[in-house]
Write a new protein. Structure first.
Length: 162
């Protein structure tokens, strides 16, 4: 008789679990955010933005060599990241305007890029302005609003801004 009561209690417990579990699962799915990072394609994940740091300027035979450290914290793999860069001299006058493609930028990776600035000595450079991101493609698709997502910093006395 006692074992029959135990079996009945177990049946009631299992029945209540069987009724409650689907409700809990459905509620969890209903409350889940469809915009979680796991649900986003890598090109949309590019919203984390690229950080561009002006790390070093050094004199070269042609003028000045600039070192930039780029950090891509996203899952996005950039095939193109072309910036419109304006160089201002120490007196505030525009010295040069040029474009640089900083790609490829691998996902969740820091990268060092360097470029030559012909005809201008490092001590004549006052600042750089990232005027625009002219081309921005990640995982084969164009990424909207790349300039807005760019973060800048400098380890030199030359300012880098956007």
């Amino acid at each position: 008789m006692e074992s029959l009561n135990v079996i009945r209690t177990l049946k009631r417990l299992l029945l209540s679990c069987a009724l409650v579990l689907p409700v809990c699962l459905c509620a969890g799915l209903a409350l889940a955010d469809p915009e979680t990072p796991a649900a986003k394609p890598a090109a949309e994940d590019a919203g984390n933005g690229v950080h561009i740091e002006l790390n070093k300027l050094e004199t070269s035979e042609k003028g000045c060599r600039a070192y930039m450290v780029l950090n891509n914290p996203a899952e996005a793999n950039y095939q193109s990241f072309k910036i419109d860069l304006v160089l201002f001299q120490t007196d505030g006058v525009i010295g040069k305007r040029f474009s640089i493609d900083l790609a490829p930028l691998k996902p969740k990776k820091k990268t060092v890029k360097l470029f030559e600035i012909d005809g201008i000595q490092c001590d004549k450079i006052g600042s750089f302005l990232i005027n625009d991101v002219m081309e921005c493609k990640a995982d084969g698709a164009a990424v909207a609003g790349c300039l807005d997502k760019v973060k800048t910093s400098t380890l030199t006395n030359v300012q880098l801004s956007k």
